[in-house]
Design a protein around this ligand. Structure first.
Ligand code: GCU
Length: 430
């Protein structure tokens, strides 16, 4: 009798465990994204391309984004830039310098500082820039360099959190925190980076207060919009630097920071190129899609990423007057890279691809190549809206870095109407 009960308990536990594993397969990256798009819904509502390309139509679309999921772009929120400090004059074996600058956003006691670290190639030219926003503190992005930690001292071993790093890189890829700088230098790029959470903490309990106290006439009400504004502040810090080609400034983010990179690209038109890697829901994935995380779930787990009223739309995405293909279209004709991985079903590559295909007409209408017609397996780095899908899961790995750089090297693609660069520029990298 006793053994029979024990056996039943054992079987019940095993069944529970199996259920848990099956229901978590998507989250754990064990499923594969479908590559079939013809049997799935086209994004709705369809884009009115001519209207969207006109200034009033564009402004209306941006107001729609603000009024539903993202809250206001904090226009005019003061940005103060400190002086650049050289951290390492012989960075990467003397190939350039590593420098950092304090940036403060806001006014009065609630203004918030963060630090931007940049690696400048020492080639004497104006170079294109890529500004990356990360989950990780700068100490983890630039290990073994004396950049300033978030408590104000130079980074030391304790700040680099080696155990945490070991776990995080095991889960999310070798380059989730640390940057392999040599290939960026080889491509003639300035690489700048900051930790988004140093500005607005990635915390449902702390972010709303931090944003409300920034002291602007308009404060952000979603962390995604606040982080997008931080990209813009980083642009301010770099655009007048004589080592920078201000016509070729890119923003880049992974996952939640891919979402904020897209927003920055829409609101700040100085940004020439956007790299949104695995940006998922509220990024490039369609809000009406029920595959992967879903918008409803994201809004519940991370309420501070979105505006306070967003949950009502997330629970019923049919109430949204747009879907994410509109957001992608608003980046055009500037270049947009959408990074994906086959087992990152959580971020829903299939609906992102459908969004990209629907948005592509916006590039074409403005005289630049849109998305090639090779399907989800084809990467064409010269496309105006480029699609990248690799095997594997939600992470940043070496192949991604090569794809980012190939895309950055292929730019810029400008429409005939774009003004020519006023500045002397470095020869095209590579
Ligand atoms: C979670 C979240 C995603 C987000 C991701 C990330 O997985 O559910 O929406 O994109 O974190 O930022 O890594």
């Amino acid at each position: 009798m006793f053994f029979r009960i024990l056996r039943w308990i054992g079987l019940t536990l095993l069944a529970g465990l199996m259920l848990l594993i099956t229901s978590s397969c998507t989250m754990l990256g064990l499923n594969y994204s479908s590559l079939e798009t013809s049997n799935k819904a086209s994004p709705a509502p369809a884009l009115e391309i001519a209207q969207l390309a006109a200034p009033e139509g564009r402004a209306e679309a941006m107001t729609m984004l603000e009024d539903t999921l993202y809250g206001p772009w904090p226009a005019g929120l003061p940005v103060r830039i400190g002086d650049w400090r050289v951290i390492n004059p012989d960075y990467l074996g003397g190939r350039g310098t590593l420098e950092e600058v304090d940036i403060t956003i806001g006014e009065g006691p609630g203004a918030r500082p963060f630090r931007l670290v940049a690696a400048f190639p020492g080639n004497g030219a104006r170079n294109p820039v890529v500004i990356s926003q990360t989950f990780s503190p700068n100490c983890a992005t630039f290990p073994a360099e004396a950049v300033t930690s978030e408590d104000g001292d130079p980074c030391s071993e304790k700040d680099q959190g080696q155990v945490v790093n070991f776990i995080v890189t095991g889960l999310f890829g070798k380059y989730i925190a640390e940057v392999p700088m040599a290939p960026y230098f080889d491509a003639g790029l300035v690489y700048a980076s900051f930790h988004a959470g140093e500005f607005i903490p990635d915390s449902a309990s702390q972010a709303p207060k931090a944003m409300a106290e920034l002291g602007g006439e308009v404060n952000p009400t979603s962390a995604l919009m606040a982080w997008a504004y931080a990209f813009s502040a980083a642009m301010d810090a770099l655009e007048n630097d004589p080592r920078v080609d201000r016509q070729r400034m890119s923003v880049m983010g992974h996952s939640r920071h891919g979402k904020s990179a897209l927003l920055a690209g829409i609101w700040d038109r100085r940004i020439d190129t956007v790299i949104a890697h695995q940006s998922g829901f509220a990024g490039s994935a369609l809000s009406r899609s029920q595959t992967g995380e879903t918008l409803a779930r994201m809004a519940k787990t991370y309420p501070h990423w979105l505006a306070p009223g967003a949950q009502a739309y997330a629970d019923n995405p049919d109430r949204l007057p747009y879907d994410q293909h509109l957001m992608l279209a608003l980046v055009a004709p500037r270049r947009l890279f959408l990074g994906n991985a086959r087992r990152d079903v959580w971020s829903d590559p299939n609906s992102s691809f459908r969004a990209a295909r629907a948005a592509s007409a916006m590039w074409e209408a403005q005289g630049v190549p849109g998305l090639g017609d090779g399907g989800m397996r084809t990467f064409n780095p010269a496309d105006g809206i480029a699609w990248w899908l690799r095997p594997g899961g939600h992470s940043i790995v070496e192949e991604d870095i090569s794809a980012f750089i190939a895309f950055l090297k292929a730019g810029p693609v400008r429409s005939a109407a774009s003004p020519p660069s006023e500045l002397p520029t470095a020869p095209a990298p590579g």
